[in-house]
Design a protein around this ligand. Structure first.
Ligand code: ADE
Length: 263
């Protein structure tokens, strides 16, 4: 899978992409990430990438023309950029993503959809935003959450990571993405490793039992418990079995009883 990132801060990505699962996947050729400096696509002497907003107001707005040129270049034959876009990729039309706090909130489901694509082009905004007309080049606007960060670069990294790790072969089979929080619409339950006793707290007996059926049931229950406690709204859309609904009833009763005891 190929990512092209259009940014005013290409150096921002250098060390972030050298480490961990994503770094290894890039070294192994399973992922390719190229950065492109939008400033390289300016045509004036001062290499201007931003200007004051029409109508006044604070901050600066990213100009549409360098962005449009950069997108077209990367879509076409990959002029410029640090990683180069080889000819074989030129016929795969990338999905162009603008990262912005006004975008659709990124979810695991969206990450799964994007992981099926072969080529993503991510445009990082800076300053007060990008000129509205640059958006005509964009297929999808994504936000990484309901808060504002100073530029789109950390958001682009989040997308590369969340999508890249779902590309087949990027994660080892030992840590398969199927058990992730959100992949089945629920939060993952608690995990334990050695030592068996830590600060007076023992690992739940069931996990030491070797009974994989019981362990599976316990894990499902704890996943439902955690979701009910922390993100109950997820239960409205998660695919639940009849057993799950029974467990949720039990958990709610346990919670009521606990409440009565606490009073
Ligand atoms: N740029 C600034 N804030 C952002 C956010 N929450 N998501 C994506 N891009 C952003």
């Amino acid at each position: 899978m190929k990512f092209d990132i259009l940014t005013l801060l290409p150096d921002f990505f250098v060390s972030a992409l050298e480490y961990g699962v994503i770094g290894r996947a890039i070294t192994a050729g399973k992922l390719s990430v190229s950065t492109h400096d939008i400033r390289e696509y300016t045509t004036d002497r001062h290499r201007t990438v931003d200007d004051a907003p029409y109508g006044g107001g604070p901050g600066m707005v990213m100009k549409p023309d360098p962005i449009a040129r950069a997108i077209k270049a990367v879509k076409g034959d990959g002029v410029g950029g640090t990683g180069g876009v080889d000819g074989a990729d030129a016929d795969i039309v990338p999905t162009v993503i603008l990262v912005t706090p006004q975008g659709t909130p990124l979810t695991q489901q969206i990450a799964q959809e994007l992981a099926k694509k072969q080529h993503l082009l991510i445009l990082c905004g800076r300053y007060e935003g990008v000129d509205e007309r640059a958006r005509s080049e964009v297929d999808l606007e994504l936000s990484i959450g309901d808060y504002v960060i100073t530029g789109g670069e950390p958001a682009a990294l989040v997308i590369v990571d969340a999508v890249g790790r779902l590309v087949p072969g990027v994660l080892g089979s030992a840590d398969s993405p199927e058990s992730d929080s959100y992949s089945d619409g629920l939060l993952e339950g608690p995990q334990y490793t050695r030592p068996e006793m830590f600060e007076g707290v023992k690992v739940p007996d069931v996990l030491l039992s070797g009974d994989h059926k019981r362990i599976g049931r316990w894990r499902r229950k704890e996943s439902l418990r955690r979701t009910l406690e922390r993100r109950p709204e997820l239960l409205e859309t998660a695919p639940l079995s009849d057993d799950d609904r029974e467990i949720i009833k039990e958990l709610k009763q346990e919670e009521l009883k606990q409440g009565e005891q606490d009073d």
